[in-house]
Every structure is written in structure tokens, then in C-alpha cells.
Ligand binder design. Structure first.
Ligand SMILES: NC(=O)c1ccc[n+]([C@@H]2O[C@H](COP(=O)([O-])OP(=O)(O)OC[C@H]3O[C@@H](n4cnc5c(N)ncnc54)[C@H](O)[C@@H]3O)[C@@H](O)[C@H]2O)c1
Length: 245
């Protein structure tokens, strides 16, 4: 039986673990051949995992070239890589205490890295290509998270809209997902209190399902869109700035 993404080739950045791994799995289940760009290639050998730092233009270009050499084409790019775990201790840090060094690092990976990958991939995509950026609810509303992370994700949302406008003439669609709190083994137990409308955490598979929809034929008329996958957190915070007192 044929599958939605049969004969298609995808790159998922930051796909070695967490949400990126769930996206990789979902795209593979939909029939795609998937290559992962990550700085962390893990302990077990994995042919699909290429050691690529998304902030390094030369590495990204040669990673894209290797994917095309190997599989003959590139149809989908998912920009998922971000600095999360390494700076987790800084979440909630007051803006006035954020170091410029951390600010530059977060912007470099989360925003510039996505731009570098989108540029390199779109140059090699045929008409019909798709790019999905993994943003965050924190790029849409001020939840009182880390300012560098929030600003990087807000930038990613405008990168999505701007690229959608420009790449439409090449037949490439560009969309984003904006996840809310997603339970990962390392971040949170499913039982910790969370500010979604249902009081429940999202799962990596919930984000992967939204990405799979955006790259599917069903979404052929969806372009420049930011799809919230946040259990309603953005509704709760839409008119607020900072934390509730
Ligand atoms: N976990 C959440 O609750 C949540 C919520 C909203 C948005 N997001 C977004 O979802 C995406 C995935 O988040 P996650 O929680 O699975 O993170 P994670 O830390 O588990 O995975 C991120 C991956 O990116 C890789 N990476 C980091 N820097 C890189 C670089 N320079 N080049 C290549 N790869 C690099 C890491 O090695 C890691 O494998 C991120 O964009 C994150 O901002 C996560």
C-alpha cells in the first residue's frame, strides 16, 4: 500500500532525541527517507544521523549535498534544532541577568541556524518542497520564559512568514508549529502542574503529527501559517505580559 511520503526525502535538524526524534519517526512511518542533522550523534551507529552543526554554513551545505548524493533529492526540511536542555537552568531568568554570550548562542542556534538550513535546503529543492520550523508558544506570547529563547522563536515565526512569501515563487511552502509544554523524559514528569487548558502535558508525537500534516498533500493550500500545538496555553496568555501575580 502506498504511503503519503513514499519516495520523498526529508531532513530533520536536532532529530537525535526529543521532539525531533518523534518527527523523524513520524515522517519515516509516512514513507519518507529521513536524514538527521545533529551535533549529538549518540552512542549507537545510525546511518541517517549526520554530524552537522546548524550554525556552521559549510557543514550545512555539505550535509545537504550528502543527502542529495545519497537519496537523489530533498523534499522536506524540518528546522527543529534548538538550544533547550543546555540552557534549561536559565528558564525564567530575569532579562536583566541574561548574559550577552548566552543571548548570542541562543539566537545563533535557534534562529540563524534555521535560516542557514532553510537557505541551503531551498536552493536544492524542486517545486513542491516544504519547510517546517519548530517555533514555540513562547515566540507568540510572553509567558515569562527566557527572553533570548522567546525572541529567537518570535524571529523564527517571522522567518517562516517571510520565507513563505519569497519561496512561493519556487513552489516551496513554509509553515511553523508552535508547541507548548511537551513532556520529555529529561524535562518533566507528566504529573507536574502545567498551564494548558486541560492541565495535561503534550507529547512529542503531538508535535510530530502537526508537522506531518503540514508536509502532507492535505496541507497543500496552507502556507506561511503558524500552527499552535500547545493545549491552549497561548489562549491563556494572549493578553498577558509576564507572570500572573
Ligand atoms: N520540549 C518542549 O516543551 C518544547 C516546547 C516548545 C518548543 N520546543 C521546541 O521543539 C524543538 C525540540 O525541542 P526538544 O525539547 O526536543 O529539545 P532537545 O534538546 O531534546 O533536542 C534538541 C536537539 O537539537 C540538537 N542541537 C542543538 N544545537 C544544535 C546545533 N547547533 N546543530 C545541530 N543540532 C543541534 C541537540 O543535540 C538535540 O538533539 C526545539 O526547537 C524547541 O525549542 C520544545
Amino acid at each position: 500500500m502506498s504511503k503519503e511520503l513514499d519516495r520523498q526525502v526529508a531532513v530533520v535538524t536536532g532529530g537525535a532525541q526529543g521532539i525531533g526524534l518523534a518527527i523523524r519517526t513520524a515522517l519515516e512511518e509516512a514513507g519518507a527517507r529521513v536524514a538527521v542533522f545533529d551535533v549529538d550523534t549518540g552512542p549507537a551507529p545510525d546511518d541517517a544521523l549526520l554530524k552537522v552543526d546548524v550554525t556552521d554554513e559549510a557543514q550545512v551545505r555539505s550535509g545537504v549535498a550528502e543527502v542529495i548524493d545519497r537519496y537523489g533529492r530533498l523534499d522536506v526540511l524540518v528546522n527543529n534544532a534548538a538550544i533547550t536542555a543546555r540552557l534549561a537552568h536559565l528558564f525564567g531568568q530575569p532579562a536583566l541577568d541574561v548574559s550577552v554570550e548566552d543571548w548570542r548562542q541562543v539566537l545563533d542556534v535557534n534562529l540563524t541556524g534555521a535560516f542557514v538550513c532553510a537557505q541551503a535546503a531551498a536552493r536544492r529543492m524542486e517545486s513542491g518542497g516544504r519547510i517546517v520550523n519548530v517555533a514555540s508558544v513562547q515566540g507568540l506570547v510572553a509567558t515569562g520564559g527566557a527572553i533570548h529563547y522567546s525572541v529567537s522563536k518570535a524571529g523564527l515565526i517571522m522567518l517562516t512568514r517571510s520565507l513563505a512569501g519569497e519561496l512561493a515563487q519556487r513552489g516551496i511552502r513554509v509553515n511553523a508549529v508552535a508547541p507548548g509544554p511537551i513532556a520529555l523524559a529529561r524535562t518533566a514528569p507528566n504529573t507536574a502542574p502545567v498551564d494548558t487548558l486541560s492541565g495535561e502535558w503534550g507529547q512529542p508525537e503531538d508535535v510530530a503529527a502537526a508537522v506531518t500534516f503540514l508536509v502532507s498533500r492535505a496541507a497543500v493550500f496552507v502556507n506561511g501559517h503558524v500552527l499552535s500545538v500547545d493545549g491552549g496555553v497561548s489562549v491563556r496568555y494572549r493578553n498577558q505580559v509576564g507572570r500572573e501575580s
